[in-house]
Write a protein that binds this ligand. Structure first.
Ligand code: ADP
Ligand code: MG
Length: 274
C-alpha cells in the first residue's frame, strides 16, 4: 500500500480544526424520531474546516442516525443544519410533514457531505473504477475523461490503483473499504462522514483502513467519524463527542473525554471500552 502514510505527518499549518477555522458543518438541536421512538433528542455538534470530530457511544445511542441526518440521507424532524454557509431549518406540522424544504437545496447539500458506510456498499456490478466515477459522472456531470482522471487520482491515494478493473467481490473487506473511501473523495466534498468504517472488517484488515483515514486527517480533511476504535479516536481527533441515548452527553478534546470527563456516564463508557 505504497500510498498510505505509515507515520503521522506534521500538520501543514496551524493545528487543524481548532478555534480559528470556520465551521464546515454544524447541527443545532437536531431531533429525529422513528414513530414514537425519539432517537436524537436535540443534538448539537460542529466540525470546523480541517477538524476531525469522533462520535463515540454505545450501540443504539444514535450515531448512525446523526450521521445520516448530517448528510440528509435522513431528514431531521426539528433543528438546524448548516453546511458551509447554507442553513436548513427543519420543522414538522401536526401531520408530521417536513415543512419548507427545498428539494434542490437538499440535493445540492448532499453532494457536499459524503458518507463511508460500515458495510462499504459498493455496487457489485461495477468495477472499482466504475464505482468511483459513478457519482462524479451522474451527479457532478463530469465528462468521462475527467471523471476517470479524478477516479485514478483518488484510487492512487488509497493505494488501490492496481485494482481499478477488478470487481468488489474479488477484493478483501479492507480493499473494498478503501475503494469506498476513494468513491467518497471523488465527490470532492467539504465534509467526509465515516460510520464505523472498520467494524465490519477482520481484525488484520483494520489498520490499512485506519491508515488511509489517518492520512486524510493529516492532509487537513474535514471529517466526522463514528467509531469504536478508541485509540484511533484519541489520536486523530480535534474533538470527541460522546452520544448517550440521543443526547450529546459530553463534548471535548480527546484528553478531556478520555481522561477526565465531567460526565460520569462518559467516564464509565470510556473505561468499559478501554
Ligand atoms: P448507533 O449507530 O449508535 O448504534 P443508531 O442510530 O443506529 O445507533 O440507532 C439508534 C436507535 O434508533 C436504535 O434504537 C435503533 O433501533 C433506532 N433506529 C435506527 N434506525 C431506525 C429506523 N430506520 N427505523 C426505526 N428505528 C431506527
Ligand atoms: Mg451505527
Amino acid at each position: 500500500m505504497e500510498n498510505t502514510p505509515k507515520t503521522r505527518l506534521a500538520p501543514a499549518t496551524t493545528p487543524a480544526g481548532t478555534q480559528k477555522s470556520p465551521l464546515a458543518i454544524e447541527a443545532r438541536e437536531l431531533v429525529k424520531n422513528y414513530g414514537t421512538l425519539q432517537v436524537l433528542k436535540g443534538v448539537s455538534l460542529a466540525v470546523r474546516e480541517g477538524g476531525v470530530v469522533s462520535l463515540i457511544g454505545s450501540s443504539g445511542s444514535g450515531k448512525s442516525t446523526l450521521l445520516c441526518c448530517m448528510n440528509l440521507l435522513e431528514l431531521p424532524d426539528r433543528g438546524d443544519l448548516s453546511i458551509a454557509d447554507e442553513t436548513i431549518h427543519f420543522t414538522r406540522n401536526a401531520q408530521g410533514n417536513n415543512l419548507g424544504l427545498d428539494r434542490r437545496q437538499i440535493q445540492r447539500l448532499r453532494t457536499k457531505v459524503t458518507m463511508v458506510f460500515q458495510q462499504f456498499n459498493l455496487w457489485p456490478h461495477l468495477s472499482v473504477l466504475g464505482n468511483v466515477i459513478e457519482a462524479p459522472r451522474r451527479v457532478r456531470r463530469l465528462p468521462k475523461r475527467e471523471a476517470v482522471a479524478l477516479g485514478e487520482h483518488y484510487l492512487d491515494k488509497v493505494g488501490m490503483s492496481d485494482k481499478r478493473d477488478e470487481y468488489p467481490a474479488f477484493l478483501s473487506g479492507g480493499q473494498q473499504q478503501r475503494v469506498a473511501i476513494a468513491r467518497a473523495l471523488a465527490m470532492e466534498p467539504r465534509v467526509l462522514l465515516f460510520d464505523e468504517p472498520t467494524s465490519a472488517l477482520d481484525p488484520e484488515l483494520v489498520s490499512e483502513v485506519l491508515g488511509v483515514i489517518r492520512g486524510l486527517a493529516d492532509e487537513g480533511r474535514t471529517m466526522l467519524l463514528a467509531t469504536h476504535e478508541m485509540h484511533f479516536a484519541r489520536d486523530v481527533s480535534s474533538q470527541v463527542v460522546f452520544l448517550h441515548h440521543g443526547i450529546a452527553e459530553a463534548t471535548g478534546t480527546p484528553q478531556q473525554i478520555f481522561e477526565h470527563s465531567d460526565s460520569e456516564r462518559c467516564r464509565r463508557f470510556v473505561s468499559s471500552v478501554a
